[in-house]
Structure formats: structure tokens, C-alpha cells
Write a protein that binds this ligand. Structure first.
Ligand code: MEV
Length: 440
């Protein structure tokens, strides 16, 4: 049977599944069962999810967990997290509790500007292009009025449009580089609509600009698109406490712990191989909240990693120091987030997640997300520089291994108790399951 198909998107959901199962699963009914067992019995809810994308055949579940006890700027939060990695929510919760007793997290939004660009080719005199840009700039604002008027009423809109000469990097390449304030919206649709209108007006006006030669008049628009690199949409989150308060464990000397912790951060600042893993741990916390709140984690990932390389070498997103016997640990990251538009009012769980966060503004959500990243990094570095990561990791992963072996509830209870006092490695867990079962 041919594995290609035409008109797939127009088939009914059930015909799509039949085709998939026949073509790729050799008509195996088990595959159909797996696909269908994730359907929601609430038909309206299922239809809502079906319509988020094209060709939906089922739902893909991720655990939706909550990390309580986050004190951020003197306000308590229980942070919603959607993530599959066993230890992430546990680590966030532990870090939250730790800092709750030490004044909590302080966070501030440093800037909120977003960026979009019209990329175009122009072959001619730059001075004439610049003069044209000056005359056309007010028309670009005017032409986008229907798109911007509501945003402007609320205090946002287009901040500025610049002409940028990029012809040194690529022959004939120029940009309209625009900056935007999109308030509580992530703003992708708003920015892209503005940019496409800029491009249209810019090209049309160029055709009628008398100072251009015939060749110059023919500006070639390559594309108009927002940038997910938002170095001026920045948030900072911080924790601090006297060095002596840094550990609850009498076996750990707080000063030694602080020094080792700071060295671990410094290693991530200077060594890209470590920085990537260090930042991955931060993104464990960030993505989980971004996803739970219906935001675009791919955009956030792309922007954050670009920011981590802004000085020419990929580096840590967090920093730490001791000053006057006070330990400081902080993060500074760009985050383009929305709390209106997109999925925020459409996806019932996203709505619930935002409600759980006291229906935050985009700025408040930036703070919460940055804190989740910082907390996650604190928990990871604390484990890495003390017990090692595997102890906590394997404790959380234990349940996954037990489930792989289809352990009964009774077996789970026995083995969870056993591994409270024994080191859990994959092979040790497998051996313990076999031992337990052979005793029966
Ligand atoms: C695992 O998902 C994340 C860590 O590797 C982060 C780190 O090493 O800092 C534990």
C-alpha cells in the first residue's frame, strides 16, 4: 500500500485514523485503541482540542503538576508546571520551601520591548534610500493604524521603526527594524500584521518615489517577521541570604557550600559544554511554566539561548556571588510572554493555570517564570555540589522503572520503602524487583 496520501486534511478524524492504522500499523487494532484511549469523553472539549491544529487524531498528555510555597515579591504562588521529567516539580518545590524561609524571591521586569523586521533587497544609493525612508516613515505608522489603534488605547503599539543597512553582511540587504510594546499579549500576530503592512506600504511608496532610479524603485521584500530574540524584554530574579543561613544540614559547612556553589556557576559562565547543561536545567523550570500557561516555549527557548550567547560565547544564564557575607544568586533572561490572546482564554487548563497564578499581567508572569528557572537551577546546583544529582533523580525516576515492570501497588510500596535507605540505580531497582518477585 502506498504510504503517500492526498486530501488527508479533508478526511474525517476517524478516516484519518483508519488510514494511519492501515498504512503504518498493518491494520493493528491495538494502535487504534491507543490513539482513541486519549480522546476526551467531553465532546465539546475534545472538539476544542481537535481544532487547535490540523489533522488532530488524539491528545498527547503531559503531567500538569504544581510547585507550591513560592514567595515572589512578598506574594505567595503555587506554580503550575507541565512537564514529563520526574524530578522537576519536586526540585522546584524543594527550592521554593528553602527560600520561603529566607525571604523568598525578588523579581523585576527590566524592559518589555519586542522586535520585528522587514528584510528587503535594495540596489542603489543608500542616501536616497534613507531620504525615502524619512518621508515614508509617518506613512508606515498611518497605514498600520487599523491594526494598532486598540493596542494604542491600552498604552502599547509601535515604538519606532529604523532603517538598517546590512549590506556589509550581504550585498543589497537592508531592514526595517521595528520595536513594539505589546503589553499583556505575546504579540506575535500583532507584530507580524504590522510588519506585513509596513512591507506593502514601503514597496508601494517606493514605486512612486521620484528620486529613485527605475532600478531603485524596485525594492524586493524578502520577508516580514517578528524576532524571537528579545534582549530588551528582560526580567531579573534573585535570592539572597546570609551565608550562614545557606544550609539546614549540620554536615555541610555553609561557607564551603557557598564557595562550591559559586564555583559551579562560574564553571557554567566560562565553559560552554557545562553552560548548555546548566541552562538546560534552568529551562526545565521555565518551559514547564511557559507550557502550562499556554505560551510558546519554542520562542522562549530560541530567545533565551541566543541571549546566553550574546557575548560571543555560550554562557550561564545565572550568576552568584558573596558580598559582605551575603550570598546572592540571580538570573537575567529575555522572555516574550502573553497572558491574553493565543491559548490563554481558549484552553481550559491554561485558563486555570493563569487563575492559579492570580491572573497575572505579562510582566508578573515573566517574573514567575524567571523565578521557576532560578529555583530549578538552585536545586540542581545544590544537588550537584553536595550529594550528586542521581540520588534525588533516581528517587523520582524509581516510579518510572517500577511502572515499566508493571509493579503492583503493593510492590511499589515495598520498593519505595526499600530505596529510602538504599541507593537507587537502574540495575539495583531491577534486581530488587526480581528478588521481591522470586520470594513469592
Ligand atoms: C537535568 O534535566 C538537568 C540537570 O542536568 C541540570 C544541571 O546539570 O544543572 C540536572
Amino acid at each position: 500500500m502506498s504510504k503517500s496520501v492526498s486530501g488527508f486534511s479533508k478526511m474525517s478524524k476517524s478516516n484519518k485514523i483508519d488510514w494511519i492504522v492501515a498504512t503504518y500499523f498493518n491494520h493493528n487494532e491495538d494502535a487504534k485503541h491507543i490513539i482513541k484511549q486519549y480522546w476526551n469523553t467531553n465532546i465539546k472539549l475534545q472538539q476544542l482540542h481537535d481544532e487547535f491544529i490540523e489533522n488532530t487524531i488524539t491528545n498527547y498528555y503531559l503531567p500538569f503538576g504544581v510547585a507550591p510555597n513560592f514567595l515572589i515579591n512578598d506574594k505567595m504562588y503555587a506554580i503550575p508546571m507541565a512537564i514529563e521529567e520526574s524530578s522537576v516539580v519536586a526540585a522546584a518545590s524543594k527550592a521554593a520551601k528553602f527560600w520561603l524561609d529566607r525571604g523568598g524571591f525578588k523579581a523585576e521586569v527590566l524592559s518589555t520591548t519586542k522586535i520585528g523586521q522587514v528584510h528587503f533587497m535594495f540596489h542603489g544609493n543608500f542616501k536616497t534610500l534613507y531620504a525615502f525612508f524619512k518621508t515614508v516613515k509617518p506613512k508606515l505608522f498611518e497605514a498600520t493604524q487599523p491594526i494598532t489603534k486598540n493596542m494604542e488605547k491600552r498604552g502599547g503599539g509601535i515604538i519606532d521603526i529604523e532603517l538598517r543597512d546590512k549590506s556589509e553582511s550581504m550585498d543589497g540587504y537592508f531592514q526595517l527594524h521595528a520595536t513594539f510594546e505589546t503589553l499583556d499579549a505575546m504579540g506575535a500576530n500583532f507584530i507580524n500584521s504590522c510588519l506585513e503592512q509596513f512591507a506593502k506600504t514601503f514597496r508601494e511608496e517606493a514605486l512612486n518615489y521620484d528620486d529613485f532610479s527605475e532600478k531603485e524603485k524596485n525594492i524586493e521584500i524578502i520577508m516580514s517577521i517578528l524576532s524571537n530574540y528579545v534582549p530588551d524584554c528582560l526580567v531579573r530574579a534573585e535570592v539572597s541570604c546570609p551565608v550562614n543561613d545557606l544550609t539546614e544540614n549540620p554536615d555541610i559547612n555553609p561557607e564551603e557550600f557557598a564557595k562550591k556553589f559559586i564555583q559551579a556557576v562560574k564553571i557554567a559562565e566560562v565553559e560552554p559544554f557545562r553552560a548548555v547543561t546548566h541552562n538546560k536545567g534552568i529551562m526545565n523550570g521555565i518551559d514547564a511554566v511557559v507550557l502550562a500557561t499556554g505560551n510558546d516555549f519554542r520562542a522562549v527557548e530560541a530567545g533565551v539561548h541566543a541571549y546566553a550567547s550574546r557575548n560571543g560565547r555560550y554562557s550561564s544564564l545565572t550568576h552568584a556571588k558573596i558580598e559582605n557575607d551575603i550570598f546572592y544568586f540571580w538570573i537575567e533572561i529575555p522572555l516574550a510572554l502573553g497572558t491574553v490572546g493565543g491559548l490563554t482564554s481558549l484552553h481550559p487548563l491554561v485558563k486555570l493555570a493563569l487563575e492559579l497564578l492570580h491572573n497575572p499581567s505579562a510582566k508578573e508572569l515573566m517574573q514567575v517564570v524567571a523565578v521557576a528557572g532560578l529555583a530549578q537551577n538552585f536545586a540542581a546546583l545544590r544537588s550537584l555540589t553536595t550529594t550528586g544529582i542521581q540520588e534525588g533523580h533516581m528517587k523520582m525516576h524509581l516510579m518510572n522503572i517500577l511502572n515499566q515492570f508493571e509493579a503492583t501497588n503493593e510492590e511499589k510500596k515495598t520498593l519505595i520503602d526499600y530505596f529510602k535507605t538504599h541507593t537507587a540505580t537502574h540495575s539495583a531497582v531491577v534486581e530488587a524487583i526480581h528478588n521481591l518477585r522470586s520470594k513469592k
